[in-house]
Write a new protein. Structure first.
Length: 217
């Protein structure tokens, strides 16, 4: 077997393990998950598992670190409308994407395995910040709004919103809650003449998202 073939197989196996681990963590959380459960879900041997990951903590850290790789953000012109659309898109992903859900759950539960890493949160704040900087260039923001501060506030508010939605309804009402968030945030963020041009209702989900969202309700 050539080195290139072995590398391809190794990458594929690692992806299979990450997918299986994400599904298990999403279903039962970090504390109740086990290496054996992940191995059985991935249909992989113990040797194959430990070649890629030495511990359950290592797998959990890899899932968290891959958080932004688990979603493909929608295309669009940078600015306030795209920022709003991204938050709705993430709501759909949290309803339908087990790998993304698991990474978010583990970021919340990371103190259970000694973690205090804010990287996943800061990466989303950075995504939001880029859209706000573009919005400033497009003259969409109110005078006095600090793009960095608002990006952090939005990230923290969104994190709390999705967590409460998960606890109360299994995130079935998350899209509606995001609409409410923007109804209160936009007057503090956008110029009055811009607000009327912005859509703060969710764009129509793709077919697969719509089916999964219905199943969550």
């Amino acid at each position: 077997m050539t080195s290139k073939i072995r590398q391809v197989r190794a990458v594929k196996t690692r992806e299979i393990v990450l997918q299986a681990a994400a599904e298990v963590f999403d279903e039962v959380g970090y504390s109740k998950a086990s290496i054996r459960m992940i191995m059985e879900r991935a249909q992989i041997t113990q040797g194959g598992m430990y070649f890629h990951f030495k511990s359950k903590q290592g797998i959990a850290e890899a899932v968290i670190a891959s958080q932004q790789q688990f979603v493909q953000l929608p295309e669009g012109t940078d600015g306030l409308q795209r920022l709003i659309d991204i938050t709705f898109y993430l709501a759909y992903e949290l309803q339908t994407n087990a790998r993304f859900r698991a990474s978010v759950r583990l970021a919340v539960e990371q103190e259970e395995f000694g973690g205090r890493d804010a990287t996943a949160y800061l990466e989303w704040a950075d995504q939001f910040h880029r859209q706000l900087v573009a919005a400033r260039a497009r003259k969409e923001l109110r005078f006095g709004v600090d793009e960095g501060e608002f990006a952090t506030i939005l990230m923290a508010s969104y994190s709390g919103l999705q967590l409460f939605s998960n606890i109360s309804t299994g995130r079935a009402d998350l899209v509606q809650r995001v609409t409410t968030l923007w109804r209160y945030f936009l007057p503090a963020l956008a110029r009055e003449d811009v607000i009327d041009r912005l859509r703060i209702t969710a764009p129509a989900p793709r077919a697969g998202e719509a089916e999964a969202s219905s199943a969550c309700a």
